[in-house]
Write a protein that binds this ligand. Structure first.
Ligand SMILES: Cc1cc2nc3c(=O)[nH]c(=O)nc-3n(C[C@H](O)[C@H](O)[C@H](O)COP(=O)(O)OP(=O)(O)OC[C@H]3O[C@@H](n4cnc5c(N)ncnc54)[C@H](O)[C@@H]3O)c2cc1C
Ligand code: SF4
Length: 447
């Protein structure tokens, strides 16, 4: 350790390696057998269970918890994975407090839900870490499908199609598959290389080929894919970011939060990653929280997250915001950035207080400044590189309930398409459901 949290400017190695290892280890360790039984005993196995309705992939939660209780974790894993093939990652990243656990009757009655996420992880990790694939392929259909994007949507789609007997080629611009599971999710939610372990395990179904470093628009076109394959699924996420249009936005030390997190996730030695003494994150969503929390975990002394509206309007959940506060992040609301100051590099950021008026968000006229060696912009991602022939809606590829785009033979799902919630689990659901529709339509059962 060469520096400390008080070292001025942007510096690496603010914490020793033991602290960094501990900070970026699993947020919640996996249940042991006894803990899983105790947690599963709390389930009432509700009829018409609200937790199932709240799960975008409609996992039969009471059934898998009953299987754990009966000492059959592999059966439980199969129940989960038959609905959500990325069930292991979802167990780590799902905002369960607003989905299944938020709807659990024990949450409603006692404010203490059954720990569904941790039970799901207990069940699925067993198969994953043993690299046992529980499904097999149906008879070959002779159909070939191109999937663009190896993120949760693309992988879920590819797996479902391969299981149905089709051959799938997945094209991804990045060097590694996994999408934001590999490049975006906070390190402490995806510790110990779980994203790649899950992809390797998923590939165990057979019939899927992944071409990395292959970008639609640069290395191939939609016309080309439509010609070579029987159907195309687009799961290309949101590769662009919104620009911050204020003076000083181009100073050194100002960067997109997603780039920072990408670098962090791919960093072999976190001690080499430079971080500011004073970090300011602009935004109120999950990306902002993750950038802020991970800055603190790298040893930044002061981290402030600033959002232009009030707390209720923040996209991050109360759970995420409380977690950020517990890690020492200061959260400021009702303030928008107006300028970043510094000589060549950022040193301060100026905000204007806001209030909601008749004409929307208005500046109150009062301003304040925060010290900032680093400013991370987490003000939203945008669709980039989508084929122009497709109809867009609210900046995303327009799809119907089955994932069909405006162009015959082309489906889309996940963050790049309408209808999801920019969550891993909704991307999986959309990829899975599009695969079912592709299969039915190619086999003459729909369309
Ligand atoms: C920082 C951050 C933290 C998040 N944390 C959480 C969380 O804790 N929980 C949660 O549920 N959700 C979280 N999300 C959201 C979640 O990661 C996404 O909703 C999910 O990954 C969407 O999956 P996807 O497959 O649609 O897209 P992505 O995961 O973005 O995958 C898209 C893939 O397409 C590839 N691609 C893009 N363009 C092209 C092209 N032209 N040609 C070929 N390939 C292309 C990309 O390389 C990428 O691999 C987070 C998002 C971010 C940014
Ligand atoms: S709502 Fe809660 S108690 Fe009821 S089945 Fe779901 S997890 Fe069990």
């Amino acid at each position: 350790m060469t520096n400390s949290s008080q070292t001025e400017g942007v510096a690496p190695s603010r914490l020793d390696s033991a602290s960094l290892d501990a900070h970026f280890d699993d947020l919640y360790p996996i249940f042991d057998d006894h803990e899983a039984r105790v947690a599963s005993d709390r389930c009432y196995f509700c009829y018409d269970a609200p937790c199932v309705t709240a799960c975008p992939t409609a996992i039969d939660i009471p059934l898998f918890i009953r299987q754990i209780q009966a000492g059959q974790p592999e059966g439980a894993a199969r129940t989960i994975l038959s609905q959500n093939i990325l069930g292991s990652m979802c167990a780590r990243v799902c905002p369960t407090e607003t989905l299944c656990e938020g709807a659990c009757v024990r949450q409603t009655a006692e404010g203490n839900p059954v720990e569904i996420g941790r039970l799901q992880r207990y069940a699925t990790d067993g198969l994953l870490l043993a690299n046992e694939h529980p499904f097999s392929r149906a008879a070959a259909t002779g159909k070939r499908i191109a999937v663009v994007g190896a993120g949760p949507a693309g992988l879920a789609c590819a797996h479902r199609l391969a299981m149905g007997g089709s051959d799938v080629t997945v094209f991804d611009a990045h060097a590694k598959p996994g999408g934001l599971n590999e490049y975006g999710i906070a390190g402490y939610k995806a510790a110990n290389g779980i994203a790649q372990t899950e992809v390797d395990w998923l590939m165990g179904i057979g019939g899927i080929e992944i071409a990395t470093g292959a970008e639609l628009g640069r290395d191939t076109t939609l016309d080309d894919l439509s010609e070579r394959f029987d159907a195309v699924f687009l799961g290309m996420g949101l590769a662009g970011v919104n620009a911050l249009k204020i003076p000083g936005a181009d100073l050194d030390g100002v960067r997109d939060a997603v780039d920072f997190i990408d670098e962090l996730r791919q960093c072999e030695d976190l001690g080499t990653l430079p971080i500011g003494r004073h970090v300011v994150v602009i935004g109120g969503g999950m990306t902002a929280v993750d950038a802020a929390v991970q800055s603190r975990l790298l040893g930044a002394e002061h981290v402030t997250m600033v959002y232009r509206r009030d707390r209720a309007a923040m996209a991050a959940s109360d759970y995420e915001l409380d977690h950020a506060a517990t890690e020492g992040v200061t959260i400021v609301t009702d303030a928008m950035p107006v300028a970043i100051h510094g000589e060549g590099k950022a040193s301060e950021i100026e905000f204007a207080y806001t209030s909601s008026g008749a004409n929307g968000l208005e500046k109150t006229g009062e301003t304040f400044r925060l010290r900032a060696d680093q400013v991370f912009k987490a003000i939203g991602q945008t669709l980039e590189g989508a084929p122009t022939v497709l109809t867009l809606e609210s900046g995303k590829i327009a799809v119907d309930a089955a994932g069909r785009t405006s162009l015959a033979g082309v489906w889309a799902g996940g963050d790049c398409a309408t209808g999801g919630e920019d969550l891993t689990v909704t991307a999986v659901q959309q990829g899975r459901d599009a695969a079912d529709d592709i299969h039915a339509s190619l086999m003459g059962g729909a369309g």
